[in-house]
Design a binder for this molecule. Structure first.
Ligand code: CAP
Ligand code: MG
Length: 413
């Protein structure tokens, strides 16, 4: 099969204007003899082309063609004229630059690895309302710059609202900053959203006044009535909402962000690996994370490099950097490291990604032999040790909670 007007969609001498074109980097595998045709098909299918010539209105859409301007081995670079995109819409961007193309029969594998976005297009997105600096201000950690500590109430599902509030309280009382629902806890019959939220927010207030530290709860509003759930959290004094951004989709995420709730958004990435895990096909986590930043999440799970989930430290660092480096008008996102973590991993996480991270341990807090409160203390002590430039083993000599944690799980170098 040959895409019509191939020449419109490939020009290896073309020099894109970085102010006027979005540049996408693809990995593509196809029959060797058909690389140019497939690359042109990729640009055609994601812009103005189809499989057969059209005979109407040629002039009006000519300037909207995406153009392949570089092919190097399996790597293909495509420039998209900005007028092809709807302002501020991640769903439209994906339907365009990451839509039909993954199903093209002739292309064996295709992966959107990365993209760069001009200021004119970035400005059409809201980005995070708070961003990393805004979230630090809420927790009053902007001066110390220490990593934030958090937990996920465990077990993932099964506790009733009262039990959830009690476990959350213990974690905050132990010294943690942040407690969140798990990705698969929303509004099931054993733990109704409307019953859980007031109880956990009360526990949060109690821990806050007892410890004198700022504490935040992230209720998972993922579902089909997220605006109503966000309103409910707001009405009960919540400061944060959590969304499983990939299961609900970017349109739903942007809808909630654009309503300006005055609560920061914690983004869980459940299901991302169905899209990101194959290194030859799909969309990279880096690209998904950049879209989450444009959409306006304030905190995003980026992986750990040391925990239970797939993803090497080098790749996670690249995502972390993309969440923090200047991006036109868009604020930085607070990276969340989560998944199989325990206090003994804190020095390695800080060495890899620096201090602007949220260290979130579920099992690594609640599974502490002393229970949730002691587990929370151990994680906070691990952060204190790093801030005081002491090794965990040194610090643990005078901090029994940390000592027990590293006795249980060890220290990761
Ligand atoms: C972590 C977690 C998170 C994962 C998701 C879980 O619990 O609550 O959802 O971190 O992975 O359910 O596994 P544990 P990622 O601390 O007990 O492992 O952040 O990579 O998306
Ligand atoms: Mg989870």
């Amino acid at each position: 099969m040959k895409y019509a007007n191939q020449g419109h969609y490939i020009n290896l001498k073309f020099k894109p204007d970085l102010a006027k074109h979005l540049i996408a980097d693809f990995y593509m595998e196809c029959p060797k003899s058909q690389v140019k045709m497939c690359a042109a098909g990729l640009a055609a299918e994601s812009s103005t082309g189809t499989w057969t010539p059209l005979h109407h209105h040629q002039k009006s859409f000519k300037n909207l063609a995406a153009i392949v301007f570089k092919i190097s081995g399996n790597n293909v670079k495509v420039a998209y004229p900005l007028d092809i995109f709807e302002a501020g819409s991640v769903p439209q961007f994906l339907s365009d630059a990451a839509g039909n193309i993954f199903g093209m029969k002739i292309v064996k594998n295709l992966r959107l690895n990365d993209f760069t976005i001009p200021a004119a297009y970035a400005k059409t997105f809201k980005g995070p309302a708070f961003g990393m600096p805004g979230v630090r201000k809420i927790f009053r950690t902007d001066k110390t710059g220490r990593p934030h500590t958090g937990t996920i109430v465990k077990p993932k599902v099964g506790l009733n609202p009262k039990q959830t509030a009690e476990v959350a309280y213990q974690a905050w009382a132990g010294g943690l900053d942040f407690v969140k629902d798990d990705e698969n806890l929303t509004d099931q019959k054993f733990c109704r959203f409307k019953d859980r939220i007031p109880l956990v927010l009360d526990a949060c207030d109690r821990a806050q006044s007892e410890t004198g530290e700022k504490k935040v709860y992230a209720p998972n509003i993922t579902g089909v009535d997220m605006a109503e759930r966000a309103q409910y959290v707001k009405d009960h004094g919540g400061k944060c909402i959590m969304i499983d951004i990939l299961t609900v989709g970017y349109g739903a995420l942007q809808h909630i962000r654009n309503m300006n709730w005055g609560m920061f958004i914690h983004a869980h990435r459940a299901m991302h690996a169905a899209i990101t895990r194959n290194s030859k096909h799909g969309i990279s986590m880096l690209a998904l994370a950049k879209l989450a930043r444009l959409s306006g999440v304030d905190q995003l799970h980026i992986g750990t490099g040391v925990g239970k989930m797939q993803g090497q430290a080098q790749e996670i660092k690249q995502i972390h950097d993309a969440m923090n480096k200047p991006l036109h008008n868009i604020k930085p996102v607070f990276s969340v490291c989560s998944g199989g973590l325990h206090p003994g991993m804190t020095p390695a996480l800080v060495r890899y990604y620096g201090k602007d991270i949220v260290i979130q341990c579920g099992g690594g807090v609640h599974g502490h032999p002393g229970g949730t409160k002691v587990g929370g203390t151990a994680l906070r002590q691990a952060v204190d040790a790093v801030m005081k430039k002491q090794t965990l083993k040194q610090y643990a000599k005078k901090h029994i909670e940390l000592d027990t944690a590293i006795g249980q799980w060890g220290v990761v170098k």
